[in-house]
Design a protein around this ligand. Structure first.
Ligand SMILES: O=P(O)(O)OC[C@H]1O[C@H](OP(=O)(O)OP(=O)(O)O)[C@H](O)[C@@H]1O
Ligand SMILES: Nc1ncnc2[nH]cnc12
Length: 171
């Protein structure tokens, strides 16, 4: 059986000095690792009915789409500023290595829809919290925030206290 940890590599001092970057490109390059990672993410979701998977640009798009397809759900992209063509809701947020804004189309989610938020990494939680706020602006019900990995010492969980948080790997 494949261990997906073997397909995630540490890159020291990227994108800034002092940051150990968790690189998933080896995982994306191996079809068995993709299959195993998807299976583990789906186990975290369990039997929950999901209407839409929300994936966060850019690394949340890869498995976000695969999850949506397996869960018979739609996919909604959350993007960096100025990329979405229609009217958007906007949320500023702080990153482990900077500050940015996230956007989601205003009509992407209908009130009461059951939402799975997905990203590759939960670090400080700023990105995921901004994503939750965008979903709430549309009246979506957040069923789970689901990650390939969480970096425990950055305490992202603290920013997502009111949600179910599930990660396949903990570092
Ligand atoms: O929990 P946080 O501290 O908010 O950090 C987690 C976010 O950081 C990374 O994205 P990044 O902004 O580097 O963008 P990318 O996916 O486009 O590379 C990662 O993919 C998460 O989205
Ligand atoms: N250390 C890290 N590795 C990969 N993505 C990240 N996003 C925030 N911190 C990260």
């Amino acid at each position: 059986m494949i261990s997906i940890e073997d397909y995630i590599r540490d890159i020291q001092d990227f994108p800034k000095m002092g940051v150990v970057f968790k690189d998933i490109t080896p995982l994306l390059a191996n079809h068995l690792a993709i299959e195993r990672c998807l299976e583990l993410l789906l186990e975290k979701v369990g039997d929950e009915k999901i209407d839409k998977v929300v994936g966060i640009e850019s690394r949340g798009f890869f498995f976000g789409m695969l999850l949506a397809q397996k869960l018979n759900a739609g996919f909604v992209p959350i993007r960096k500023p100025g990329k979405l063509p229609y009217e958007t809701h906007k949320e500023p947020y702080l990153l482990e290595y900077g500050m940015d804004v996230l956007e989601m189309h205003e009509d992407a989610i209908k009130k009461g829809e059951r939402i799975l938020i997905h990203d590759d990494v939960l670090a400080t939680g700023g990105t995921a919290r901004a994503a939750c706020n965008l979903v709430k602006k549309c009246g979506g019900e957040i069923v789970q925030c689901n990650f390939i990995m969480q970096i425990d010492f950055l305490c992202g969980n603290e920013k997502l206290k009111s949600y179910d948080v599930a990660s396949v790997l903990n570092y």
